[in-house]
Design a protein around this ligand. Sequence first.
Ligand SMILES: Nc1nc2c(ncn2[C@@H]2O[C@H](COP(=O)(O)OP(=O)(O)O)[C@@H](O)[C@H]2O)c(=O)[nH]1
Ligand SMILES: [Mg+2]
Length: 295
Amino acid sequence: MTITHSGMVAIIGRPNVGKSTLLNCLLNQKLSITSSKPQTTRWQILGIKIIDCAQIIYIDTPGLHSVEKHAMNRYMNRIARSVLLDADLIIFMMNATGWQDDDELVLKKLQNLTKPVLLAINKVDLLQDKTKLLPMIEQLHERYPFTHIIPISALKVENIASLEMEIIRLLPKGPQLYPDDQITDKSIRFQIAEVIREKIIQTTEEELPYATTVEIEQLEQGNKLTTISAIIWVERQGQKAIMIGKQGAQLKKIGTQARRDIQNILQRKVFLRLWVKVKEHWTDDERALKSLGYE
Ligand SMILES: Nc1nc2c(ncn2[C@@H]2O[C@H](COP(=O)(O)OP(=O)(O)O)[C@@H](O)[C@H]2O)c(=O)[nH]1
Ligand SMILES: [Mg+2]
């Protein structure tokens, strides 16, 4: 079928509203890592999908922040802002549990935009009383001239088809922008590093995940299995010890869980080697960020 409509659809919202979960759900594939901790997504990730005569390019964005404390936060804010300018339409996400100050902060960034904004009220599965939705929707229409307000659950895949129908309806006329079989702009190396980072976020405490980045050093497709070596960079010796754990138990846990997901992505057996190394204050140092690929 010839593509007649195409465009960029930015998924935005405060940390933890479920942006990455929605992207994965729309693409029916794990492209963007998720966790219950804020600031999990560090990168802008494209999810590309063809439905009928439309090619939709979804953009998952790192959360917007009010305080630009570190270079990493500044970096994340920069991409989030440029995405708002590039997008043809915006999905603004909030949670059904209620409006928060941080939602207001993100909404402020939309004030001078003239493009269509769809409001997705996510996590409706957590609502005991669904009748609360109607008055909530009425109030939200007063906050901003949303093109449409749609209650969804990205996790339980509820009402996603209606959201997608609205998106297609609002998509501008345009040609096919990516090949038929391309579903993301990110390389396999990137996806592997992200999966490892996801396991670190999910299995370690407090601020340790924020002091971590993952670099794929070797990726070799052998006959029977793929060999991968990755370095987990941390900021301090103490963090290195925690990451490795007692007799290597923590690192082993990360490795086992990551290998399982990587095998799913690659659809073949994987041998995964992990090393932990120290690079001081890498989140605060723009140069260190660049050397690790945060451009
Ligand atoms: N109950 C429920 N949880 C969800 C839903 N969508 C996302 N979550 C959870 O919310 C947390 C944050 O999701 P994530 O996609 O990483 O949020 P992001 O920071 O906006 O990208 C994760 O623990 C998700 O499993 C939903 O529809 N219902
Ligand atoms: Mg995310």
